[in-house]
Write a protein that binds this ligand. Sequence first.
Ligand SMILES: [Cu+2]
Length: 234
Amino acid sequence: MPMIDERRESEVAGIPSTDQTPGPGTGVAPHVGESVTFTGRFLVPLLVPFAVAATIIFYVLNVSRIFLAAESALAVAFAIAVTLAILIGGAALSAAPKLRGSSITLVVSGGLLFVLVGGLISIGAASPKTASGPVQCAPVQRRLTIDAGAGGSIRFSFPQGSTIKAGCVDLKLQILGGSHTLQFDDAAAAGAFPELGISTKSWTGVLKPGKYVFHCTIDSHAANGMVATLLVTS
Ligand SMILES: [Cu+2]
C-alpha cells in the first residue's frame, strides 16, 4: 500500500493531504447513508430470528403432512431428500458468498415452494380418515327406526321389526329414556356407518344383505344385554 505510506509520511511531515476522494485500489467503499446502517444494524438482526422461526414452522408443518400422507418408506425418502436439499443448498449458498441477493432469494423461495407443493399435494391423504358417514344414497328406499331405552329398560326394540330389505336405508335411533347409542359390532360396518346417539340420530346409507349385530356403547349397557341384530335381506 504505497499510497497510505505516502500519506502517513506526508502527515507526519506536516504536509496537509488535499486528496479527499479515495483513490483506486484503496478498497474502501464510501457510506451511502443512514438507511443502510438502519437496515443492516437494526432491521435485519431483528427480522432474522422471525424469518428462521417461520421457516422452521413452515418446514415442520409441510414435511409432517407428507409423513402423515405417504407410506412410511416413501415419506422418509422424501423427508431425507428435502432435508438434504436444504443442507446442500445452504452449504452452496455459504460457499458462494458473491452470489447476488436476487439469486439467493430465487433459490431459497424455489426450495420453500418445493416443500409447500409436497405438503399441499398430500393434504387430502393426510387428513384423518374419520367415519364421516356412509356413502350417501338417494332416493331413500326404506326407513327404519330402532328404539332404545323404552320403558326405562336398557334394551333396544324394533317397533317396525328387525328385518329390512337391502338398499338405500335411512336408519334412525329413537332414544326413549336414558342415554344410549347404536354402533355396529363389525369393524368395517362401524367404520362405514357413524355411531348413532344424542348428537347423530340417523344416517342414510346403502345396507347390503347380511346380519348386522350392534350394541350400545354407554357404560356396561352392552354387557348387560343391550345388543341386538338387524337382518338385512336381499
Ligand atoms: Cu344404552
